[in-house]
Design a binder for this molecule. Structure first.
Ligand SMILES: [Cu+2]
Length: 352
């Protein structure tokens, strides 16, 4: 896998977890019982909207160029299924912090496609979309040692509980007001109805108010989580119902109309003469997907080496090009655009 990709993952990991690690200092020895990771992790998990699941199967929805929920905490052995509800294609590419060179990436997920992976190892996994690397998410599996380091101590609260949700059936169009009644709610209690509601308001320790987002028809668990990680799941207790608008095909088409996909440049440039290059690359104005390739040939038609996608999906690159003797070389490429159509091309360069 591409080195740049690994670096990006690390940057992301530092972004979500590294900055928190820095805040753990004097608090570390104060009141953190070994094995009581829940209370340690909690505040940060709540701040990051990490959703803790008790179930063995968890769905992460991909929509509007985002993973929802982005940060989840699951048990070892839980199967996570990513469902592409968006109008464009995405992938899921992740690695374990402990084994950063092992990257797992899904195939390209077209709208409505799914990808499942079962996490049988404890650890911290971060992931991105290989097509849109700014999309990122994180998964904490079990209680790995990193968890204790990355989280701050949170004040212990009584475990929350849900007694009722009114109404518990709402329209797929969103905008309904929902009252959650229960106990031991605090100001930062989060309420999760499959997608986290953006507008959950704390009324009092027994009442939370939320406004529903747009959501496709689905019956779901409702989970409340307090800052110390204590949470409560009311299984299959909430439902979005009705017809959703059919919009996938048209918008996918618009996306394609905005820009005509084309080649924007190469290194070395076509027809140029220079020393043997260490990398050979071509760039595009439009995302390309897995299956695209770039090959280097000598003029005798012998294939010398090949490369693949760069992390932004806006180019192809051959890294670690062997030392080339004086002569003329040919590069061919096959670019498959996001959306499915493909383009083949070639260019030449000279080595002096
Ligand atoms: Cu994507």
């Amino acid at each position: 896998m591409d080195k740049k990709f690994i670096v990006l993952c690390y940057i992301f990991l530092i972004f979500i977890f590294g900055c928190q690690k820095a805040e753990i200092s004097t608090d570390k020895d104060v009141g953190i019982a070994e094995g009581n990771i829940k209370s340690e992790t909690a505040e940060k998990m709540a701040a990051m909207n990490v959703i803790t699941y008790d179930s063995n199967e968890v769905a992460v929805v991909i929509d509007e160029l985002a993973f929802l929920p982005a940060f989840i905490h699951i048990k070892k052995g839980t199967a996570v299924t990513w469902i592409n509800r968006d109008k464009v294609e995405h992938t899921v590419a992740f690695h374990n912090k402990k084994t950063p060179t092992e990257v797992t990436e899904s195939d390209v997920l077209k709208p409505r496609n799914e990808y499942s992976y079962t996490f049988n190892e404890e650890g911290v996994f971060d992931y991105i979309c290989g097509i849109h690397p700014f999309m990122h998410g994180g998964i904490i599996v079990g209680n790995p040692p990193e968890l204790a380091e990355m989280m701050e101590f949170a004040e212990d609260t009584e475990p929350p509980k849900i007694f009722s949700i009114t109404p518990n059936k709402v329209s797929v169009n969103g905008g309904d007001k929902v009252i959650v009644k229960g106990e031991n709610f605090v100001k930062s209690t989060t309420v999760f109805f499959h997608h986290l509601f953006g507008e959950v308001k704390f009324a009092d320790s027994k009442t939370l108010e939320a406004v529903t987002p747009k959501h496709y028809a689905l019956k779901m668990d409702v989970i409340v989580t307090n800052p110390d990680g204590d949470h409560f799941t009311l299984p299959n207790s909430f439902e979005f119902f009705g017809e959703e608008e059919q919009q996938i095909e048209t918008i996918e088409f618009e996306y394609e109309e905005k820009r005509t996909p084309h080649f924007t440049g190469s290194s070395p440039e076509h027809g140029s003469t220079a020393n043997s290059p260490s990398t050979i690359s071509i760039s595009f104005n439009y995302p390309i997907v897995k299956g695209s390739n770039i090959l280097l040939y000598d003029l005798g038609g012998n294939k010398l080496t090949e490369g693949g996608l760069i992390v932004t999906r806006l180019g192809l690159e051959i890294s670690n090009v062997p030392k080339l003797n004086q002569g003329t070389y040919k590069v061919t490429y096959h670019a498959i655009w996001l959306g499915g159509s493909a383009h083949d091309g070639e260019f030449y360069f000279n080595v002096k």
